[in-house]
Design a protein around this ligand. Sequence first.
Ligand code: HQG
Length: 184
Amino acid sequence: MSSNATQLSKFLSFVLRHEPHSIGLVLDQQGWAPIEEVIAKGNAAGTPFSRADLLDVVATSDKKRFSLSDDGQRIRAAQGHSAVVDLGLSPREPPGVLYHGTATRFVDAILLEGLKPQARQQVHLSVDPATAHRVGQRHGKPAIFKVEAAHMHSKGFAFFIADNGVWLTDRVPSEFLVLSSPSE
Ligand code: HQG
């Protein structure tokens, strides 16, 4: 991704996940916004980009961060929201184990309190430890938790899969967490 595309991706993440009002945008209940409106309001707010630029970011996003509606008229962030949205995802049976990457400085608190969504709407979980490692690195020295997802599911916790394959759940109590050893 070019540096311009990276900047546009960050801008779109900011408005579609966190602060749509910062450019006068209103997301619908499921987090969608009309593409034309995102372009017009983004440009008016000082971030110049075209429809082609936006579609390029959607197509090349390494984590498939953005989804287009079936009619191609609307865009939303696949996950990561702090804005209150209901993505309308159906509960799904998770794999036996999922992974959560964090930073070592959060480990003690997580072992005590479990995983909480913090500023986001849900806890984000990865299907493999390598992805969790990359997520954790964003915060500092990475630490990886195994999440006993199937066990949680059997106890009635709901899991969802975002459009880009990231698993979501409301919280993970610490009894379902196992800290991975660094060699794993
Ligand atoms: C931690 C990125 C202390 C949690 C990624 C994490 C993901 C606690 C941090 C998506 C805690 C929140 C989300 C507790 C959780 N005490 N710390 N009880 N419970 N935490 O960024 O999962 O690149 O909101 O471990 O790839 O890191 O932006 O969540 O370290 O999919 O597209 O609190 O964002 O995608 O951090 O990342 P975040 P996350 P993008």
